[in-house]
Write a protein that binds this ligand. Sequence first.
Ligand code: GAR
Length: 205
Amino acid sequence: MSAVTRLGILISGRGSNFLAIAESIREGRLKGVEIAVVISNVPDAAGLEKARALGIPTAVFDSKGRKRAEHDADVAACLKEQKVDLICLAGYMRLLSPQFVAAFPNRILNIHPSLLPAFPGLEAQEQAFAYGVKVAGCTVHFVDEELDHGAIVLQRAIPVLEEDDPHMLTMRILAEEHKAYPEAIAMVVSGEYEIRGRRFVKRSS
Ligand code: GAR
């Protein structure tokens, strides 16, 4: 990666994880990183406005009615044009084509609101609540061709409280996500790791 790692952040909605990353950079907690572009597949994603307000370049590639590979090719071209080093999916609610994943080997991260491999897919927090687990959390992982599946960089666990309802649990997991994603990015950007099989292992200094 270059001296400053350029992030491309992909969103579909609110963009609170994107904002948490932006905030970590602004406050100097996430060093050596800049956000090159925020890309959305949803034209009216609220996160886009937040990016514009911060003066961060944005791009929209509406995925509605488009073939996955063709849509992804447009997104990949934009990321390459912006010289993005690391792609962060942050509430990007669209599966990536195998071609896209292959174009950025070990260069795509995702955050998922469960302790994978439990509860992949949509509404993970509601799935966890309904299952009755006593511990929930979030996972930052590399993206491979399977849904919510690649090597795990970092997980954060929280207890499920007696008084929780699905919304409260979702919000408490989200608060962990906002801390976990910048931390995971810092670990990856440091380059001080290797991936052994599925295991992300920090190199000892
Ligand atoms: C987050 O909870 C994120 O983990 C989840 O969508 C939310 C996006 O919120 N992603 C997934 O479920 C992906 N499988 P945000 O737009 O405010 O960051």
